[in-house]
Design a protein around this ligand. Structure first.
Ligand code: EPU
Length: 420
């Protein structure tokens, strides 16, 4: 297993270009299953999670071609309706083939994703929505077995705004007969990007980005070309890198609107954030970081996917911060690792109280999930001495060329291959 070795204490400086969004690309690549002919996707990040979803699609019979950040998917010869456990267990987002397969081919067998480091992560809302649209669904031997005589539009009210649930139902509804209304839909930018990609294929969708989405089913969808939006969590993570190292970064190819709630909290911590022209954000750290109180929330609130990173910054703030995780039950696994680096953190229920220290100290730490890895790397970049972040395969799932980008900004970070 690869690890990163980081020499901390260097203020990062320069320009960094943000890659395409992982969480937008994953459902959008799955949406190709709905089309009759090849779809071209641009600005697709090179990540392990993207390779996994392409493998899932290939197992179903999709032909794929990849060149740099462009992916072409040809769904015209689908010959299987089964997403197997071996692939799905490595990435939960594989469940996003369920809606499209059911809508287009009237059957699907998708492995239940199983355990996840950050929480239980049920899919009951996906199932409830598809059943309301006329699917017969059974759980059998660890698989979701679904079939239908033909999906029909339905009025679906989610119990909570679920990103994956909204995506699965929105894709299924594109080829269902009649009108589907999704209430309490997730409003994340990735939902809007998926709707835009589907519309280019001929879908009839209104209201994406709001809490009610209306989809009028169409008979067929055709191939199209779509470019994926910038990754807002990668953007936020580089904003955090400038803040925690007290550096100055120009973050390019970013969408300021998508990181507004992150920017507001950073500004309240005394960090300078300026929206520049040409999709650029300027971030400049401060010598005196102010403490902050944060509750994670669905978009447009402060994202759970930035909770671990902002905790690393709060660890060196001048005062006491509180960070409350409201989306996932078990997303504090970075806490004991940050404590090993000298952070003063007290976890009680869903809230961590952070008493800022002057400096973190380099240590050996273990990454437990994607965003926890990012938090530990940020902590290592600011810490005194050497930090080893182990098990960075989590990071490779979701950040494109992270260490190369950081090196270009002056960081001393190196990947060591193999080992525990
Ligand atoms: N939930 C249910 N039932 C459902 C669906 C969700 O109870 O049927 C609960 C979940 O257990 C969770 C909450 O609702 O407590 C929100 O889950 P949601 O469905 O919105 O999350 P997701 O679609 O599984 C996506 C991202 C996550 C991100 C969350 C929240 C992708 C591929 N993943 O997950 O990204 O944290 O939305 O914004 O889009 C990451 O990138 O590190 C990551 C974990």
């Amino acid at each position: 297993m690869d690890k990163f070795v980081i020499q901390g204490g260097i203020p990062l400086k320069g320009e960094v270009k943000i890659s395409g969004s992982k969480n937008a690309a994953l459902p959008i690549l799955c949406s190709s299953l709905l089309a009759d002919d090849p779809c071209t996707f641009e600005n697709v990040p090179n990540l392990n999670d993207i390779s996994t979803i392409i493998k899932v699609l290939e197992v179903l019979g999709v032909k794929s071609a990849k060149k740099g950040n462009k992916v072409i998917l040809d769904p015209s010869k689908i010959n299987s309706y089964e997403a197997p456990y071996d692939l799905v267990k490595t990435m939960r987002a594989s469940i996003l083939v369920l809606g499209p397969l059911l809508a287009k081919y009237k059957k699907a067998k998708v492995s239940l994703p199983g355990g996840c480091a950050i929480g239980v992560r049920l899919i009951d809302q996906h199932i409830k929505g598809l059943e309301k649209m006329g699917a017969n669904i059974e759980m059998s031997h660890g698989y979701v077995m679904a079939s239908t005589k033909g999906l029909k539009g339905a009025h679906i009210v989610f119990d909570m705004p679920t990103v994956g649930g909204t995506e699965n139902i929105m894709m299924a509804a594109c080829l269902a007969k009649g009108k589907t209304i999704i209430e309490q839909a997730a409003k994340e930018p990735e939902i809007i990007d998926l709707a835009n990609a589907l519309k280019k294929m001929g879908a009839n969708i209104e209201g994406a980005g709001g809490s009610t989405i209306t989809i009028e089913g169409v008979k067929k969808l055709s191939g199209s070309t779509h470019s994926i939006i910038p990754d807002r969590i990668e953007t936020g993570t580089f904003m955090a890198a400038a803040a925690i190292t007290r550096g100055k970064l120009l973050i390019k190819n970013a969408c300021f609107e998508h990181v507004r709630s992150i920017a507001e909290k950073f500004k309240a911590m005394g960090i300078t954030i300026e929206e520049k022209a040409d999709d650029t954000i300027l971030v400049e750290g401060t010598s005196r970081i102010k403490p902050i109180d944060i509750d994670t929330a669905p978009y447009p609130g402060f994202p759970t996917d930035m909770q671990a990173q902002i905790m690393a910054i709060a660890s060196i703030a001048d005062g006491v911060s509180t960070i409350t995780e409201t989306i996932f039950e078990n997303r504090f696994m970075h806490v004991p690792e940050l404590i090993r680096m000298g952070a003063h953190l007290t976890e009680k229920g869903r809230t961590v109280t952070v008493r800022g220290v002057k400096r973190l100290q380099g240590a050996s730490v273990i990454a437990t999930d994607l965003r926890a890895s990012a938090s530990l790397i940020l902590a290592g970049l600011s810490a005194e001495g050497t930090t080893e972040v182990r098990r960075i395969y989590h990071l490779d799932r979701g950040y494109e060329a992270m260490e190369k980008k950081l090196c270009k900004l002056g960081a001393k970070i190196k990947r060591v291959r193999g080992g525990l």
